[in-house]
Design a protein. Structure first.
Length: 248
């Protein structure tokens, strides 16, 4: 097998650049997720602070630990958070405090449904590592993805659940945020992520950011750029990947 030389790949956009498009296939399997050729995640860590009032059952005039950004919000039956919007607006419910470690890896889960209306999307996660969801129907559905917090994120970055240009009524419930530890494939050439392979002596990295692992890759060294659903959003930040196989 031909040795694979270590290399360092840096994507750093000029200030005028908007975003980096990405293509191909990547999945990080987390908790109960697994599959052939996929890095498997089985380790989760306790988060002492947790998501404050993640089931929205505590509070006085407002749900404890949550605040509304925008208009059209309601705390329905002291049980779910609701947003009523239109195709020209955006709003979100945000945690008033939350501890996210810069560069940390997290799994976000929540339930959502849309009672009426259409268009637009749900937005979720920290503002600088957002994930959109478009397929939201009238039945409760659990949404889940893993994200890597930006290395430049403040430790008290709020968590958001909201909508962007979505008409109708959207409801949220049962929010959970859990730190996770990736467990990669063990191979003859060393650990490999789900988007890495060695084929005929050649190292291959092929990824798409729209999978459940979003912006996490084993070879990601650091990232200060923002991320939105399936792409890096460059401004003044950078993304650095390091490609190296142990002992090679």
């Amino acid at each position: 097998m031909r040795p694979v030389s270590p290399s360092l790949l840096r994507h750093q956009a000029p200030r005028s650049a908007a975003r980096l498009a990405a293509t191909a296939a990547a999945i990080l399997a987390v908790a109960t997720l697994a599959g052939p050729g996929i890095g498997q995640e089985t380790a989760t860590l306790a988060l002492p602070e947790g998501v404050v009032n993640g089931q929205f059952r505590e509070g006085g005039e407002q749900p404890e630990g949550w605040t509304l950004s925008g208009e059209g919000g309601a705390w329905v039956d002291r049980d779910v958070l609701e947003l009523k919007g239109n195709a020209q607006s955006a709003a979100s419910w945000m945690t008033r405090r939350h501890i996210i470690t810069p560069g940390g890896l997290y799994r976000l889960q929540f339930s959502a449904r849309r009672l009426q209306g259409g268009g637009g999307c749900i937005v979720s996660g920290p503002a600088d590592v957002n994930r959109d969801y478009h397929e939201v129907g009238p039945q409760w559905r659990t949404f889940s993805h893993v994200f890597r917090a930006a290395d430049s994120s403040p430790r008290d970055v709020p968590l958001r659940l909201g909508y962007w240009q979505a008409a109708g009524t959207i409801q949220f419930d049962w929010v959970r945020l859990t730190p996770v530890v990736p467990v990669y494939q063990r191979t003859a050439v060393g650990p490999l992520g789900g988007d890495e392979a060695v084929r005929n002596g050649k190292y291959v990295f092929q990824t798409q950011f729209g999978g459940r692992g979003t912006n996490h890759h084993r070879v990601l060294l650091r990232a200060t750029a923002g991320f939105n659903t399936n792409r890096w959003t460059f401004g003044h930040g950078e993304v650095v990947y390091r490609f190296e196989l142990p002992g090679r």
